[in-house]
Design a protein around this ligand. Structure first.
Ligand SMILES: [Zn+2]
Ligand SMILES: [Zn+2]
Length: 415
């Protein structure tokens, strides 16, 4: 298969894919992959396969195609192809929660000098890097990366990228429990979809609705949370978007738990767990475990926490492997609650010590008042250096500069 025919067949696959005929599109692309003699065409068709598998939540396959793509790029020795290849490798690893690898591939991308694609791609690289740092609970670096991604989005007038960064910032502030900002950013994303998204894939709408839903739930506006989650789930089902279905199911379960309706929560946690295990989202699995644990506490069935099939030691091991300190902290806090109810003082003390160690390691405290950040809903604000403080502390601090890194500017950052 030569260059022209390769191009034609890739186009044919794209049309099928856009009209939601994924099976046939994949069939066409696989055939191109086997038969083409054009390295550029091979690279592009691998790109199509990577995107399709990413959207289906088949992340292991996505990684395999990304590895094949980077090999093709290396053979071609073309810096543009290499940059794009490394970005796809970074993204595949991000999806599989391999956050350190993600960061390192992103750095490789950013170090590729003088490529013509870097202007377009750097924003996406920074977004992926931010998501990876957030996964690793390195909050300041995550914020720096998101700010850079936003700057690229503004400079290139890239509304889709802006929309994705806003969703990620929503997730960022959910983690740090500034629920006002956690709602503000996905609302901004939803606005972008309304204003510019006529020709965009519906997944952008679904994504913004999902992140809004999580923020509404945290603010205990449960009817709004339900409405947004249903909208998001509807689109996720239409598109066969398994990863989003898993997130929506988890959020539905959490909403029911907030309504103290554990009978409705449990089956949704279970369905979500099936998909999360299938796609390999280990962070998602940990969040489900925390939710289920909170249900058992509601029901005063404390022992189930330690005897269930997803026993707590497995969860800890998996989280330690992921290096996700924030999740580990949440699980310690959950265990603390259980031991307190069971009045097991020694175990309780152990969990408190471990919890405080996590807080220390994560530097989850405000550099001005020394009180914790991310423990309860509080308004936060970052300085231009991306160090994060309580908003009220910044407002009373005047112009003394950042107490963490001593940079003088105290002009408030825009995220
Ligand atoms: Zn403070
Ligand atoms: Zn600072």
């Amino acid at each position: 298969m030569g260059q022209d025919q390769t191009k034609q067949q890739i186009e044919k696959g794209l049309k099928l894919y856009q009209s939601n005929d994924t099976e046939k599109a994949l069939y066409v692309w696989m055939k191109v992959l086997r038969k083409t003699s054009d390295p550029g065409g091979k690279f592009r068709v691998l790109g199509c396969l990577i995107t399709a598998h990413s959207e289906m939540g088949k992340y292991k396959e996505m990684l395999q195609y990304s590895l094949a793509q980077i090999n093709t790029a290396r053979e071609m020795e073309d810096p543009d192809y290499l940059t794009e290849g490394y970005l796809n490798l970074a993204r595949s690893n991000e999806k599989l929660c391999e956050f350190q690898k993600t960061v390192s591939y992103c750095e490789t991308c950013l170090n590729m000098q003088g490529t013509t694609v870097s202007l377009q791609l750097n924003g996406q690289v920074c977004l992926s890097m931010g998501n990876a740092y957030l996964g690793l609970s390195i909050f300041q670096k995550a914020l720096v990366s998101y700010e850079k991604a936003l700057r690229y989005a503004h400079n290139n007038d890239d509304k889709m990228l802006e929309c994705r960064v806003c969703c990620s910032l929503g997730n960022f502030y959910i983690q740090l429990k500034d629920y006002e900002k956690a709602l503000f950013f996905p609302c901004k994303a939803a606005e972008l979809v309304n204003d510019y998204g006529k020709g965009w894939s519906l997944k952008y709408r679904a994504m913004s609705q999902y992140h809004m839903s999580v923020a509404y739930r945290k603010l205990l506006r449960l009817a709004d949370a339900m409405e947004c989650c249903e909208e998001s789930m509807k689109i996720a089902l239409q598109h066969g978007d398994r990863p989003l279905q898993a997130l929506c199911l988890l959020n539905f379960a959490d909403i029911h738990r907030c309504q103290k309706d554990v009978d409705k929560a449990f089956p949704r946690y279970e369905s979500s767990m099936c998909i999360m295990s299938e796609i390999g989202n280990r962070l998602g699995q940990a969040s489900i475990y925390v939710g289920v644990g909170k249900c058992w506490i509601l029901q005063k069935e404390y022992d189930k926490m330690f005897s269930n099939s997803i026993s707590i030691s497995i969860v800890f091991d998996s989280l330690c492997a992921l290096l996700c300190q924030l999740c580990i902290l949440k699980v310690h806090s959950l265990c603390e609650g259980i031991y307190r109810c069971k009045e097991q003082q020694d175990e309780l003390r152990e969990q408190v010590v471990k919890f405080l160690q996590c807080v220390e390691e994560l530097e989850l405290y405000c550099g001005m008042c020394g009180e914790s950040i991310g423990e309860r809903n509080q308004q936060l604000q970052a300085l231009p250096c991306s160090h994060i403080f309580h908003l009220k502390c910044l407002q009373t601090n005047g112009t003394k500069g950042c107490p963490k890194c001593h940079r003088s500017s105290v002009k408030l950052g825009f995220v």
